[in-house]
Design a protein around this ligand. Structure first.
Ligand code: ADP
Ligand code: ASP
Ligand code: MG
Length: 405
């Protein structure tokens, strides 16, 4: 008898018909005599609606109340799934995170799951029940409801699989696996059968929405193999794993791109040791995430230009913080909201020379200008104008022979 964790995303439970359909998928696993635990996200669009409501109440909505509010969508979908399973004669009940409890550490809206009460759950699954657990949320040590970041139900499922020592963790979504690039953006994208945690982590962090980055990190740390499958069509999916068996010899595994990036350039900054730290300190204090950074070498040692990227949502705040910063002086501040980061990812690049050249050449041949570059062992990212993103993905997909997988 296997213990299986199934997670359903927003679109998978987006309508009453979809909830009936996922109840059938759950029943399929249960009828095979498995112990089945389910994690569900809110019905699609619900979390966004709740966030919009908070914005209408206040532009500075209280963080704790924000979590109490946006976590409610999951309670609805879980109760509906459990209700449908009971209707079909199964033993099932919904479980909100505070009832288990799922304990979290860290700030509101980006907390991390630290522990999960499994005693009651074990008793329930051993008696044949199917628990339906709210994803995306937990409770802090002082018993306030917390959420664990957008798309956080993925992480709930993986942490549940860890604590319950599940044999399988399956993420059901609206695509039938992880593709070489977003299949909704590029029709020639191909499904990847197996992907290493590290590659999936880079793809997720660099904009491939199919898995939430924290969840992949949790899976890697706890050595949990994760399968990504479609709840819409019955097809084999993608296995996220560290097992080296039957991997392809592709150099590049996938291509990711980001949305809503902004580029800031501070021109003519008075150069001295510590100037970059002075610029970034107030940003870090205000939880503004700085991504790519380039600083020109100042030839005369007096002035330099500094360019960096942030999320476009943080642009106004960043502009204000730089202008208010008395520790730096500069000539000009310029912004560009229409930029996007395009990245190629693959463990194969560690051992293959010439990848950077091939990437730059492929982009140059399509007359795509590169604004900023950043690299790590298994990825190369370039910042380009947002209008070039589709063209860049197509050129790179072709260059690294992903069209032919
Ligand atoms: P869920 O609501 O099930 O969590 P998400 O919307 O979070 O689903 O993730 C699924 C979406 O991720 C797909 O609809 C697809 O457009 C997008 N996506 C982005 N990059 C990829 C990729 N490389 N492979 C598959 N899907 C991707
Ligand atoms: N419902 C939450 C969100 O929209 C969590 C999730 O989908 O995983 O972010
Ligand atoms: Mg998701």
């Amino acid at each position: 008898m296997k213990t299986i964790v199934l997670k359903f995303g927003g679109t998978s439970v987006g309508t009453i018909d979809r909830i009936k359909k996922v109840s059938k998928i759950i029943a399929f696993y249960k009828k095979k005599k498995n112990k089945v635990l389910v994690v569900s996200s809110a019905m699609s669009g619900v979390t966004n609606e709740l966030i919009n409501k908070s914005k209408l109440i206040s532009s500075n909505f209280d963080r704790a109340e924000y979590d109490a509010l946006v976590s409610t969508g999951e309670q609805v979908s879980c109760a509906l799934i459990a209700g449908r399973l009971k209707h079909n004669g199964f033993k099932s009940r919904s479980w909100t995170s505070w009832q288990l409890p799922i304990l979290t550490d860290g700030p509101h809206s980006s907390a991390r799951i630290s522990s999960l009460g499994i005693k009651e759950l074990n008793r329930y699954i051993n008696s044949g029940g199917i628990p339906i657990i709210t994803g995306f949320q937990g409770v802090s040590k002082n018993l306030r409801i917390t959420t664990i970041g957008r798309s956080g139900s993925d992480a709930t499922a993986i942490m549940l699989a860890k604590f319950i020592k599940a044999d399988e963790c399956i993420i059901y979504t609206d695509v039938d696996g992880v593709y070489t690039t977003d299949p909704r953006q590029y029709k020639k994208a191909k499904k990847i059968k197996k992907i290493f945690y590290d590659e999936m982590l880079e793809m997720a962090s660099l904009g491939s929405k199919v898995m939430q980055p924290t969840s992949v990190q949790d899976a890697k740390l706890n050595k949990i193999d994760v399968e990504v499958k479609s709840s819409f069509v019955s097809k084999s999916g993608t296995l996220i794993t560290n097992s080296k068996k039957a991997f392809s010899d592709q150099i590049i595994t996938g291509i990711s791109s980001t949305k809503n990036d902004a580029k800031i350039t501070i021109v003519g900054v008075k150069d001295r040791p510590g100037v970059a730290a002075s610029i970034f300190k107030p940003l870090s204090k205000n939880l503004i995430n700085v991504d790519m950074v380039v600083q020109n070498i100042s030839l005369d040692g007096k002035e330099t230009d500094l360019t960096f990227t942030i999320k476009a949502d943080d642009l106004k705040k960043t502009e204000k913080l730089i202008k208010q910063n008395k520790k730096i002086s500069f000539k000009k501040l310029s912004f560009d909201k229409g930029v996007s980061k395009v990245s190629i990812i693959g463990v194969g690049m560690i051992t293959t020379p010439g990848i950077t050249y091939r990437m730059f050449q492929a982009l140059a041949s399509k007359k795509i200008n590169i604004l900023v570059i950043s690299t790590s062992e298994i990825k190369i990212s370039v910042l380009v104008s947002v209008k070039h993103v589709k063209k860049a993905i197509a050129a790179l997909h072709k260059e690294f022979k992903l069209d032919k997988l």
